[in-house]
Design a binder for this molecule. Structure first.
Ligand code: IFG
Length: 496
């Protein structure tokens, strides 16, 4: 029995209209047609073919043509100009008729998101890595879709637990599946410095030598970073690099103790405490160091943001913290990037255009963030008691932490980004970001167990219309996703 058109989609779309009685079947002769002259549309056509070939075994040739039979990916500048104004670059339309599927979008990103929806309306067996004999039937109907928020992200900590570029590319695949468009890489912290900086060999020589629990650590070369950035860009995911400062800097201080205030040496740290380290605010060498680091990271990053952290600088007075953040923000702007920082920057004179990432639980610090937002700062919502996916599930789970409490699947779903922080104007909220911190993570299995099944609910908070989010109505759609994870071999937690 074919499910009604577009019923199982996660994140929920803007508008879906089933065409009763109409179905389309993906078959051995299906061809994928893309807008003539568009290399981007052709690339997305090839991406789609690679998604569908393993389970179906079909050839699925991709060709540039105006043919609308089979699957057509069509760039059409008129999409979004009319009935759904302000589609932006990520909206799309999809029609499933007896003769074929047509995805239309004004920009390539919209075609890409249409492909993710097409993937989800095919039977779950499409996720199999090996050939399955199935009837690849899709219910007919029309879909109008676009995201609610422009910033839809996952923050991944590769400092506490080292993840290789290959592993991070798997996270990017997860993000693409649920229409996320930002990957925030937490590259440095007390326990490790994970990105090579030319001229500063000890950062990755000494600073990358360990991790939480004492494992061997590791680091990315700048080529590794370039590969991940390109892989993410092909999936319309923008990388946001974070160099955490002035706190969370023990690994940098171990490598270059002259960045401290007191001429002492520092030891590698493999514990999980926070807030004890800081670069020296009054030491000019620190700003020369940051200029080198931010300059190289900015040059490697096509996206608009450099994230400078700013969290838990517990050893600094507010005045010293503010003095440091003023200098750090100027360095980011000097290298042509926009400042992003944890919301502690709110009280330390964020520069124009700064994006504050709100992360505390139970809406602490709301007034400071509200004041900054009213003065023009933008806010990405990452409240720990809803979207910190390193929080343990309820029920005495051993994986994860609990400083913000336990976070059930329901709690990660049931919250409202636009009103979560009292006093923050709704239009100041530009997005949503889940965070996976690495203190308790020892493997990709651990990571998937914590990320799934909570991540799709965060995707819905970031993409779907506010009134489309209903916990009871979400359950069957989430069940539809689990059937896919079973076939894709995702190690998800069996928690409701
Ligand atoms: N807070 C710290 C993280 C990490 C986290 C674990 C932020 C911004 C607790 N800072 O979240 O480094 O330790 O849940």
């Amino acid at each position: 029995m074919t499910p009604p058109a577009f019923e199982g989609l996660v994140p929920a779309p803007l508008r879906a209209a089933p065409a009763p009685g109409v179905t389309w079947t993906l078959g051995p002769d299906t061809r994928i047609h893309t807008s003539p002259g568009s290399a981007e549309a052709a690339r997305i056509g090839r991406y789609l073919a690679e998604l569908l070939r393993p389970a179906t075994g079909f050839a699925l040739p991709v060709e540039e043509s105006d043919d609308r039979s089979g699957i057509a990916l069509v760039l059409d500048a008129t999409v979004g100009a009319g009935d759904v104004p302000g589609d932006g670059d990520e909206g799309y339309r999809m029609e499933v008729a007896a003769g074929g599927v047509v995805v239309r979008a004004s920009h390539a990103a919209g075609l890409f998101y249409g492909v993710q929806s097409l993937r989800q309306v095919l039977p779950a067996q499409i996720e199999s890595a090996t050939r399955v004999d199935a009837a690849w039937v899709v219910a007919g109907g029309s879909l109008t879709d676009k995201p609610r928020y422009a910033y839809r992200g996952l923050s991944l900590d590769i400092a506490r637990h080292f993840f290789t570029p290959e592993e991070v590319k798997r996270f990017v695949d997860d993000l693409a599946r649920y229409k996320f468009n930002h990957l925030h890489l937490h590259l440095t912290d007390d326990q490790g410095w994970r990105i090579a900086i030319d001229g500063r060999p000890k950062l990755t020589g000494v600073g990358a030598s360990t991790q939480v629990g004492g494992g061997k650590g590791g680091f990315w070369t700048q080529d590794d970073y370039r590969v991940v950035v390109a892989y993410a860009a092909d999936r319309f995911v923008t990388v946001v690099p974070e160099i955490d400062m002035p706190g969370h800097t023990n690994a940098a201080l171990v490598a270059y103790p002259e960045l401290g205030c007191d001429g002492k040496t520092y030891k590698p740290y493999t514990g999980t405490q926070v807030g004890f380290s800081s670069l020296c605010v009054e030491n000019e060498q620190v700003y020369a160091f940051l200029d080198e680091v931010v300059g190289q990271i900015a040059a490697l990053t096509p996206g608009p943001y450099v994230h400078i952290g700013g969290d838990e600088a517990h050893t600094l007075t507010p005045a010293r913290y503010k003095a440091f953040m003023a200098r750090a923000q100027k360095i980011v702007e000097k290298h042509g990037k926009q400042v992003m920082a944890w919301h502690q920057l709110a009280g330390a004179a964020p520069v124009d255009g700064a994006v504050l990432e709100y992360w505390n639980s139970s809406a602490q610090d709301a007034s400071e963030v509200a004041a900054a937002a009213k003065a023009g700062a933008k806010v990405v919502m990452a409240p720990a008691d809803h979207v910190y996916l390193d929080m343990a599930y309820a029920g005495g789970e051993k994986r994860g932490v609990t400083w913000a409490g336990t976070v059930s699947v329901k709690q990660s779903y049931q919250w409202e980004p636009s009103t979560h922080l009292k006093g923050v104007p709704e239009d100041a909220v530009v997005g949503v970001e889940a965070a996976l911190w690495g203190e308790t993570i020892r493997s990709m299995d651990d990571a998937e167990y914590l990320v799934y099944p909570r991540l799709p609910g965060v995707a819905e908070a970031a993409w779907s219309p506010r009134d489309a989010r209903d916990w009871d109505a979400y359950q069957p759609r989430l069940a539809n996703q689990k059937a896919r994870w079973d076939l894709a071999g995702v190690n998800y937690a069996r928690h409701d």
